[in-house]
Design a protein around this ligand. Structure first.
Ligand code: COA
Length: 189
């Protein structure tokens, strides 16, 4: 039955911000560590800034998946020493609709938008591999840097995570990359 469901994909609009923020709150928590605000408020803030770079999937006019792409990033937060890169932002699909190819489609839509190389900070709470490993591989991403199992804890993300009420021993953090064959220097040179 799920195979016959009709999903619609489009660029996100301002009216989608709260729905995307709710999905992120339910599936991830937040990466925005402003402790004066709730997780949902932090997600609304972050998503609002980049809403023009998000794609969404809808079912019955309801947002059930989203993926965003940053502009070219200025800060080298992961010490990668890479230039001219963009980053995948929140990437979520409602649990009820996972495993149907929606994540793959959304990640491809974002990735194909960029001529720059794209990095993706992937997390893993299943003890084995990052949650999006299979989608990433299918979309042409490769593991670039392992940030270690202590990354989120040491950067104080745990209280803002969807798993904040669980007892977690460790959590994977990895940087994956998709190279889009773009060399900024060649264009300028
Ligand atoms: C990651 C996420 C966005 C993927 O969305 P999705 O719609 O389920 O993705 P897809 O259906 O396109 O692909 C999932 C694929 O992984 C495969 N997969 C999952 N676990 C697997 C495993 N253990 N072994 C092999 N394949 C596996 C699925 O079978 C599916 O492949 P298929 O289409 O060939 O069957 C979704 O799982 C999600 O929202 N997770 C919670 C939030 C999150 O962790 N976001 C990512 C942050 S790193």
């Amino acid at each position: 039955m799920k195979e016959s469901m009709e999903f619609t994909y489009r660029k996100a609009e301002y009216c989608d911000i709260i729905d995307i923020a709710k999905l992120v709150t339910d599936l991830l928590g937040t990466c925005n560590l402003n402790l004066n605000k709730s997780i949902l408020e932090n997600n609304i803030d972050s998503i609002s800034k980049d809403i023009n770079n998000y794609y969404v999937c809808l079912y019955n006019n309801k947002v059930i998946g989203a993926c965003g792409l940053s502009d070219v990033i200025k800060k080298d937060r992961y010490n990668l020493k890479l230039e001219n890169i963009r980053e995948i932002l929140y990437f979520v699909v409602n649990k009820k609709y996972q495993g149907l190819g929606i994540g793959t489609k959304l990640l491809n839509m974002c990735s194909n938008e960029s001529k720059e190389n794209i990095i993706y900070e992937a997390w893993g709470d299943n003890g084995k591999y990052v949650n999006s490993k299979f989608v990433l591989e299918r979309c042409g991403y490769k593991l670039y840097k392992d940030l270690g199992k202590n990354y989120y804890k040491s950067h104080n993300y745990c209280n803002e995570c969807v798993n904040r009420y669980k007892e977690c021993d460790e959590c994977l953090a990895q940087i994956w990359i998709k190279q889009n064959n773009y060399k900024g220097t060649e264009i300028n040179g």
